[in-house]
Design a protein around this ligand. Structure first.
Ligand SMILES: NC(=O)CCC(=O)C(=O)O
Length: 268
C-alpha cells in the first residue's frame, strides 16, 4: 500500500493560504496509486494561538467539507492532521480522518497540551483516548504530536489491534532527537507501523510563540527500521508499506500476549 506524507510549512493565521496550498499539493503531487495521504497538526491556523477565537474552525464545519472534497475528488483516504476547533465555547486541537468515499472515520482532541508552546493557555484538553478506526480496510489510529510522549496513548489502540499509528505534528526543532527516538520506540514496543507527518518552518515574530518545526517526517516499520525519512525542508515522502509485517513482528515478539496490565501502576 502506498502512502504519501505532505511535510509542509503551515503559515500562522492564514487559513485560506494553508487550504490553497494543501489543495494544490493534491492536484500536483498526489501519485495515482496512493491510498492514504497524511498532513500535519494544526494546518488551518498554525500556532497563531492569540487569534484562535476568530480563526479556529467551528465543530469542523469548515475543515471536514474541505478535506472531504479532496478525498472524494482524488479517491484517497486522508489522515487529516488536526485543526484548531471550537466546540461549546472551548477550543480544541482536533484530529480527524476521512475515507476515500468522504466519510468521517475518526475525530479526537489532543489529550496532553504542550506547556512549551503555551497550548494550555489557549486550548482545552481532550479527555478521550485514541481509538481504532479502519481506513482502506486496515485498523489504525491517529495521535497528535505531544501525545507521542505518553506511551499509554499509543498502547490502547495497538492493544485493540491497530496496525498503523499515524502521528500528526508540529514538533519543534529543539527536540528533534526526541521525535526520532520516540517514534522508533513506539514502533518497536508495539510492533506496528509508525507513520509520522511533521511540519517545517516557523518564525519568531509577534504572532509566533517562537518555535521552528523540525520536519523529519518518518515511516517506520514494525521492527523499528526507517522506511523513509524527510529532511528539514518542505518535502513529500512516499512509502510502500506491507501490513503482513505487523502480523509477523507480533508473532515473533508476542508483546500483546505478554502484557501484564494487572501489575502496571502509575502515580502522579
Ligand atoms: N505541537 C506539539 O505538540 C509540539 C511537541 C513538541 O515539540 C515536543 O517537544 O514535545
Amino acid at each position: 500500500m502506498k502512502i504519501q506524507l505532505f511535510q509542509i510549512e503551515i503559515i500562522e493565521g492564514e487559513v485560506k493560504v494553508n487550504e490553497s496550498r494543501i489543495k494544490a499539493l493534491f492536484e500536483e503531487k498526489l501519485e495515482s496509486d496512493t491510498e492514504i495521504v497524511v498532513i500535519p497538526e494544526m494546518w488551518n491556523n498554525g500556532y497563531d494561538l492569540q487569534h484562535l477565537a476568530e480563526k479556529a474552525d467551528i465543530d469542523l464545519t469548515r475543515s471536514f467539507p474541505f478535506i472531504q472534497s479532496l478525498a472524494t475528488k482524488h479517491h484517497v483516504g486522508i489522515i487529516a492532521g488536526s485543526v484548531s476547533n471550537k466546540r461549546e465555547n472551548n477550543i480544541y486541537n482536533t484530529a480527524f480522518a476521512v475515507s476515500k468515499t468522504g466519510e468521517l472515520l475518526y475525530q479526537k482532541d489532543k489529550i496532553h497540551l504542550v506547556p512549551m508552546l503555551d497550548e494550555h493557555h489557549y486550548l482545552t484538553a481532550g479527555n478521550d483516548v485514541a481509538e481504532v478506526f479502519e481506513i482502506n480496510d486496515i485498523k489504525a489510529s491517529q495521535i497528535i504530536c505531544y501525545d507521542l510522549r505518553f506511551p499509554e496513548i499509543t498502547r490502547y489502540p495497538t492493544s485493540q489491534g491497530a496496525k498503523i499509528i499515524f502521528y500528526v505534528a508540529q514538533w519543534t526543532t529543539k527536540n528533534l532527537n526526541h521525535w526520532r527516538s520516540l517514534l522508533k520506540a513506539r514502533a518497536i514496543e508495539n510492533g506496528v507501523y509508525v507513520i509520522a507527518c511533521n511540519s517545517v518552518g516557523g518564525v519568531n515574530n509577534e504572532n509566533h510563540v517562537g518555535n521552528t518545526y523540525a520536519g523529519h517526517s518518518m515511516v517506520i516499520d514494525p521492527n523499528g527500521n526507517i522506511v523513509e525519512e524527510a529532511g528539514n525542508q518542505e518535502e513529500i515522502i512516499t512509502a510502500e508499506i506491507d501490513i503482513q509485517k505487523v502480523v509477523e513482528q507480533q508473532q515473533n515478539i508476542p508483546i500483546f500476549k505478554n502484557l501484564r496490565p494487572d501489575v502496571y501502576k502509575y502515580s502522579k
